[in-house]
Each structure stands twice: as structure tokens, then as C-alpha cells.
Design a protein around this ligand. Structure first.
Ligand SMILES: Nc1nc2c(ncn2[C@@H]2O[C@H](COP(=O)(O)OP(=O)(O)OP(=O)(O)O)[C@@H](O)[C@H]2O)c(=O)[nH]1
Ligand SMILES: [Mg+2]
Length: 301
């Protein structure tokens, strides 16, 4: 049997639906999803099978105009993911069309796209009337030579099977890169930290989600089959700590409950989750925080 395998990078503006698509392709929630922009911070790999092909999807942080060091590291990780992939899928939101951000991405693609298969996936087609899609597809194809265009709804699953089949055919002949039953390539402690960060992002407002990070500090397997997981939430200010804790600790409690429930479902066993909030004014400039997130610490000032 001739098998195929390779990497498929999902790129696009923040909120385009990259993580939603990765999770749908994999059939499990590997990458966190929120309605807010810049949710994903590093490359997240998820593995899907399609016939004889093994597709390693690479979810990437959204591409936007970076301001902070963290932003630059995220954008670098996204372009790095595209540059390392066999096939790149650019996701564009149907209802937003060709924004300034999309134009910037198209320019970037022209630089790295040479000799690489790049497909276009117009996502969230459930949000616009069908007749609007054709014009957008034509417009985008006149700006970049996409190998193929797909109209999808990552959330509802429309068009996703066609996309996966097409991608499978584009991958090189190769032995599979992961065991057949593996769905993610991310340490459990990182998946667990991301789950907590998702719940924090959903409950906190304005700049706060962008100024915190979560790390799993300790993971202890217990004799009764449960796990004890200790995590630290780093924030930059005392005031932020108060907000994360909430009145009488209500916010952190609800975050903790939601994250624990998700972690228990993922692992299929009981979890004891302990969250601690620490003020660390300079964490956004600390190399160790970046390596914990799976990002390169570079490109300073
Ligand atoms: N209506 C609709 N919403 C979608 C679809 N796909 C994703 N979404 C929603 O879009 C929002 C962003 O989805 P994500 O998957 O987190 O987007 P992302 O591209 O990974 O975003 P970043 O990680 O911030 O770059 C979430 O609220 C999703 O539920 C879709 O096909 N239709
Ligand atoms: Mg994402």
C-alpha cells in the first residue's frame, strides 16, 4: 500500500476559523476556540486520516499587524508554519471579504508561496447569501493563483469533507508520520493550560486576555486514577489579579470548574485542578514564558 503523509498549514486573519477547522478535521477539540481575535498563540498540530493519507494539520496564530513582542512571535510562528508545510490553506471570512489584513496576507503569500500548493477556503459561508460567494472567490483568485477554492463552514461542517479529500491527494507519498490513533502533537500539560486560557478569555474583557498566560506547573498522577493539575495564571498587574479572582473568588472558581470539566472529558477521568494567580509585570518580556507557549523568543524591542 502506498501511503501519503504531510503537513497542511491553516493560515488567515485572527478569528477566520482556523482552530475550528482543525478541530473538525481531527474530530476532537485539540485547539482552543473563542469569538475573540488572537486566541491561538502558537502552532498546534492535529492529525487526521483520509484513506491512505495522513494529514497533519497545523493550526497557526492569526496574521495581523503586530505591536508587542508576543504579537511578533505569534506572527512569525504563523508564517513559519506556512513555510514548513506541504500545502497551505488560506482561510478568509465570507462576510468580511478582502480586508486590509487579507491583502497583507496575500502579499506575504506571494513571497513564500512560490512552488507551494496554496488553497483558498472561504469560511463561514453560513453567514452570507450564496450569490455573494462567487464574486469573492473570483476577486481573491484574481489576486493570487490558488490551486483550488473551497466554500466551507468549519463550524457546521459544510464542504469540509471535500477539502480534506482534496488535501489528501496533494500530499507526497510517505510513511505516516504519527501512529494511526494519535490526534494531537502537544504535551498534555500544554493542552490543559490552553483549556484554562480559553475559559479565561471567554470570561474576561478588553485587554486582559491578551495580558495573561497560563502554565501547567505540576501534573501528578494519583493512585486512584485521577490527576492533580496545578496551574499558574500570570498577569501583569495587581488590578488584573483582582479581576481574574473576581468578587469573593467567583470568577476564578467558574473558570476552574469549566476548565476542569473539559479536561476531565478529554482525559476520561477525574481531575483536581488548582489555579493560582501570580502578578508578573514583565512576563511578556521573559524568554521562559515563550518557550512554555511553544514560541520563539526573538525579535526584541
Ligand atoms: N458562523 C460561523 N462561525 C464560525 C465558523 N467557523 C468558526 N466560527 C466562529 O468564529 C470564531 C473564531 O473561530 P476560531 O476557530 O477561534 O478562529 P481562529 O482563526 O482560530 O482565530 P485565532 O486563533 O484568533 O487566529 C469562533 O466564535 C467560531 O465559533 C463558521 O463556519 N461559521
Ligand atoms: Mg485559533
Amino acid at each position: 500500500m502506498t501511503t501519503r503523509a504531510g503537513f497542511v498549514a491553516l493560515i488567515g486573519e485572527p478569528n477566520a476559523g482556523k482552530s475550528t477547522l482543525l478541530n473538525r478535521m481531527v474530530g476532537a477539540k485539540v485547539s482552543i476556540v473563542t469569538h475573540k481575535v488572537q486566541t491561538t498563540r502558537a502552532r498546534i498540530r492535529g492529525v487526521a486520516m483520509e484513506g491512505v493519507a495522513q494529514l497533519v494539520f497545523v493550526d497557526t496564530p492569526g496574521l495581523f499587524k503586530p505591536r508587542r513582542r508576543l504579537d511578533r512571535a505569534m506572527v512569525a510562528a504563523a508564517w513559519g508554519g506556512a513555510a514548513d508545510a506541504d500545502v497551505v490553506v488560506l482561510m478568509v471570512e465570507a462576510h468580511r471579504g478582502i480586508t486590509e489584513g487579507v491583502e497583507t496576507i496575500l502579499e506575504g503569500l506571494a513571497e513564500i508561496g512560490e512552488g507551494r500548493t496554496v488553497a483558498l477556503a472561504i469560511n463561514k459561508i453560513d453567514k452570507v447569501p450564496a450569490e455573494k460567494l462567487l464574486g469573492l472567490a473570483q476577486d481573491l483568485n484574481s489576486r493570487y493563483a490558488f490551486a483550488e477554492t473551497f466554500m466551507i463552514s468549519a463550524e457546521r461542517g459544510h464542504g469540509v469533507d471535500d477539502l480534506r479529500k482534496w488535501l489528501a491527494g496533494k500530499l507526497p507519498e510517505s510513511p505516516w508520520l504519527y501512529p494511526e490513533d494519535q490526534i494531537a502533537d502537544l504535551p498534555m500539560r500544554m493542552i490543559a493550560a490552553e483549556m484554562t486560557r480559553e475559559k479565561l478569555t471567554l470570561r474576561l474583557h478588553q485587554e486582559l486576555p491578551y495580558q495573561l498566560t497560563v502554565e501547567t506547573e505540576k501534573w501528578e498522577e494519583r493512585k486512584d486514577g485521577s490527576a492533580r493539575v496545578d496551574q499558574i495564571i500570570y498577569v501583569v498587574r495587581d488590578g488584573h489579579k483582582g479581576i481574574v479572582l473576581g468578587k469573593r473568588g467567583e470568577t476564578i472558581k467558574s473558570v476552574s470548574q469549566a476548565a476542569r470539566a473539559e479536561l476531565e472529558e478529554f482525559l476520561g477521568r477525574k481531575v483536581h485542578l488548582f489555579l493560582q494567580v501570580k502578578v508578573r509585570p514583565n512576563w511578556l518580556e521573559e524568554a521562559e514564558r515563550y518557550s512554555e507557549m511553544g514560541l520563539d523568543f526573538k525579535d526584541g524591542n
